[in-house]
Design a protein around this ligand. Sequence first.
Ligand SMILES: Nc1ncnc2c1ncn2[C@@H]1O[C@H](COP(=O)(O)OP(=O)(O)O)[C@@H](O)[C@H]1O
Ligand SMILES: [Mg+2]
Length: 329
Amino acid sequence: MLLAIAPVMFFGGKGGVGKTTVSAATAVRLTHDGARVLLVSTDPAHNLGHIWSAKLSDTPTQLEPGLDVMELDPAATTDRHLRQVGQTMRAMMPERMHREVDKHLELSRNSPGMHEAAMLERIAEVVDAGVGAESSATYDHIIFDTAPSGHTSRLLAMPELMSAYTDGLLERRAASDKFSRAARGLGGGSRGGGANIVDGREDPVERRNQQIRSVLYKRRRKFEVLRSVLTDPAACAFHIVLTAERLPVMESAELYRDITGSGIRVGSLVINRRSPDDGGEFTAARRKVEQEALSLLDALLPAVPTRELPWLPGEIGTRAALGEIAALL
Ligand SMILES: Nc1ncnc2c1ncn2[C@@H]1O[C@H](COP(=O)(O)OP(=O)(O)O)[C@@H](O)[C@H]1O
Ligand SMILES: [Mg+2]
């Protein structure tokens, strides 16, 4: 089995190195060992459906006993996210600004970071939906098959940014609440029993403010929970998949720095598609290239546990081949 099996696992790395293959094989292996597993693709180039010849969606589909699979839909996630943000913003702004809010959100649909924020919120929801050792948890493991390196490390650095952003909004709310209370106090509106009672009725402004605060707190809580899971080495491990070639090795070292820099534990380096040592001339040349790349890997990331998987001769993108890889893990 892979080293560092954790309740939440991410498989990341350069495009084409075997993230989908290794994450799916790990899921299959864990379900064979009796675990309940949710396998989730966050890569817009979804491939999990192809392996099982199944149409997957943004909600879990059971494909095998103990194995549910889903493909997060970035466009739908962004839409939902913008709708929620829109509601919150409209509630915070006077009505004459609502058209501005809508225009702003329409523009932000394609702005940098929007896609990631929506995806991250969805990841937070999926993780929050139930993983862990308690018998009430829906899954023993949630496995994320992620998009190529850059996207993923940016994504995982975000919970902190998002909490800070929400905190900023909450602080501004607190200041303006205080101001409006003071203003009403001066006007003699508010009476002894509580700030949200005006002339014996509930103050609509105060009620709206409370709703906004509750939306912001909920969102902040989501990111905080995700961050606490990601940075807990007992709860989460990130596995870097690579092939034994110079560029994937260099990219893996950068990914390692980004991931550990976000406080996330790297569980292992999975060196996929190793050439056989069968005495053939071609494979001997490949082995030599791979050996050089692995020496570089060892120099760059000496302390990280590694696991090697062989280059298999047949077609790998099928359920049967996945079983073969699962048995080798
Ligand atoms: N150990 C292996 N032996 C042979 N082919 C492999 C192996 N691992 C992956 N492949 C093949 O390599 C290609 C890329 O793998 P994939 O898992 O889709 O990579 P990624 O998800 O990182 O883009 C696929 O065609 C897959 O079937
Ligand atoms: Mg893939």
